[in-house]
Design a protein around this ligand. Structure first.
Ligand code: SAH
Length: 259
């Protein structure tokens, strides 16, 4: 792979993101970051536009430098159809085919930030993460920048294949793509320091609770009794589970089986 030049900076934008703390010095974070930084075809223009998105996210309330840096490493335009490339760095969800959507960048950032807030991640950096709903693979790529290993499950064969080809140029050795029903989790890869769902169900599948490590966090949209989907954070401790219901969100439905 050829080394890409560093992205140009806009006036007023810090030349360097603030220190990322101990997690930045983790070897897997550095290795993954350098892999993403050398993606071929990641042109100067796209890199600059991506940095503007990062800047907007920072202003819009994503305080974690680690998450902002990860978002700045992933070329989102490589995950959407060519007709939508002009919108790739807007803070909006976009169609990716098969009635599914690529998540809104601010929501991706928010959920990953919540994962990083788990006690285990705070102490040791984020270890193994399970993502339910690979879709086009964008969030898996962002996760690969902050986690040691990413296991990402998709139930739609077509999207599973699409994510594989979208991710191929990034050569992210720590992303493992799986075709399957994410409601069953992926016990072989667990227990997980983080579980993140990009699809919303009526309740949290038992397998997710079982596969969450002590000190880990699960972040997922779940429908409440009134039908409103809310972002839920479940943290596991030696004593059991603590659940927090956060803001309202709009995710595609969590469905069972492979199609
Ligand atoms: N993470 C994606 C978002 C994809 S949208 C991104 O970066 O943009 C959510 C995805 O969840 C859809 O592709 C949908 O097919 C998938 N999904 C829904 N239920 C699922 C299940 N039980 N197991 C695995 N994937 C599921």
């Amino acid at each position: 792979m050829s080394a890409a030049p560093p992205p140009p900076r806009r006036p007023g934008f810090p030349a360097r993101l603030p220190s990322l703390g101990h997690a930045q010095s983790s070897p897997w974070v550095r290795a993954a970051a350098s892999a993403a930084a050398t993606v071929s075809g990641w042109g100067l223009h796209s890199a600059a536009v991506c940095q503007r998105l990062v800047q907007r996210l920072a202003v819009g309330g994503v305080p974690s430098p680690l998450v902002l840096q990860a978002m700045g490493q992933v070329p989102r335009h490589g995950f959407v159809d060519s007709a939508l490339v002009a919108q790739a760095y807007e803070d909006t969800s976009l169609p990716i085919g098969w009635q599914q959507t690529i998540s809104k960048p601010s929501v991706v950032a928010r959920m990953i930030e919540l994962l990083l807030g788990a006690p285990l991640a705070q102490q040791h950096g984020l270890g193994r993460v399970l993502e339910i709903g690979t879709g086009c693979g964008y969030q898996a790529a962002v996760l690969s920048q902050v986690a040691r290993e990413v296991y990402s499950i998709e139930r739609l064969r077509n999207l599973h294949e699409k994510s594989r080809s979208n991710l191929r140029p990034l050569r992210l050795a720590n992303v493992h793509l799986l075709l399957g029903d994410g409601m069953l989790g992926y016990a072989q890869g667990g227990p997980y320091a983080g579980i993140i769902s990009a699809a919303g169900g009526q309740s949290l599948p038992q397998a997710w609770r079982d596969q969450l490590a002590v000190g880990g966090r699960l972040v997922a949209p779940v429908a409440q009794e009134n039908g409103q989907q809310m972002l839920l954070v479940l943290e596991r401790s030696e004593q059991g589970f603590t659940e927090s219901v956060l803001e309202a969100v709009h995710f595609v439905p969590l469905k069972s089986g492979v199609a």
